[in-house]
Write a protein that binds this ligand. Structure first.
Ligand code: R5P
Length: 218
């Protein structure tokens, strides 16, 4: 199976975690899109979805799946989303598609986080994928200097403005052995909106697409 087929397989597998008559939290990216396409087969059995990005909203609506504003929803049984990297503790790096802030918000509300990924995303140590950090534009240079002090090599993601009107700094050169600690350290930098480390709120289940089929890690 090629990478797209692996993503489609985990997108379909995630349907097992979507209860009937629920509102489901939906992430952003190519793997999340496979889940959205699979979710369309449950259209009559779910109330609808809450999304983490304008892009996912558009895809949900293209399938005729009702989209709810998060503030109108007080219960999300499940959030399904991809990752740029995930380790065996189910801690993740996310934000490759600049949707990290809204993803973290919806994931915080959801009872269960189901991560769906192809096998290329599973790593022993997080950090080979540059860590995205969403930053208030006026703080870009100051935040970059603070990230250097934490051992990173920050790079401004030119030409990208998030759904929240902020910019992204990608932090290269990290080997993240204490993900919870680093997530907190970056969050404390004035001007940082969100960082793409999902360690405090890691996944509860990983559905990993492999050449031997979909593996479930918990
Ligand atoms: O900002 C984007 C999200 O964090 C995505 O979940 C992540 O980038 C993975 O995307 P893909 O499934 O396209 O590899």
């Amino acid at each position: 199976m090629n990478q797209d087929e692996l993503k489609q397989a985990v997108g379909r597998a995630a349907l097992e975690y979507v209860p009937d008559n629920c509102i489901v939290g939906v992430g952003t990216g190519s793997t999340a899109n496979c889940f959205i396409d699979a979710l369309a087969t449950m259209k009559g059995r779910i109330q609808g979805a809450v999304s983490s990005s304008e892009a996912s909203v558009a895809r949900l609506k293209s399938h005729g799946i009702p989209v709810f504003e998060l503030n109108t929803v007080d219960h999300l049984p499940v959030y399904v989303d991809g990752a740029d990297e995930i380790n065996r503790q189910l801690q993740m790096i996310k934000g490759g598609g600049a949707a990290l802030t809204r993803e973290k918000i919806v994931a915080a509300v959801a009872e269960q986080f189901i991560c769906i990924a192809d096998e290329s995303k599973l790593v022993d140590v997080l950090g080979k994928f540059p860590l995205p950090v969403e930053v208030i534009p006026m703080a870009r240079s100051y935040v970059a200097r603070q990230l250097v002090k934490l051992g990173g090599h920050p790079a401004y993601r030119e030409g990208v403005i998030t759904d929240n009107g902020n910019i992204i700094i990608d932090v290269h050169g990290l080997r993240i052995s204490e993900a919870n600690k680093l997530e907190s350290q970056i969050n404390e930098i004035v001007g940082v909106v969100t960082n793409g480390l999902f360690a405090h709120r890691r996944a509860d289940v990983l559905l990993l697409g492999t050449s031997k089929g979909v593996q479930t890690l918990k």
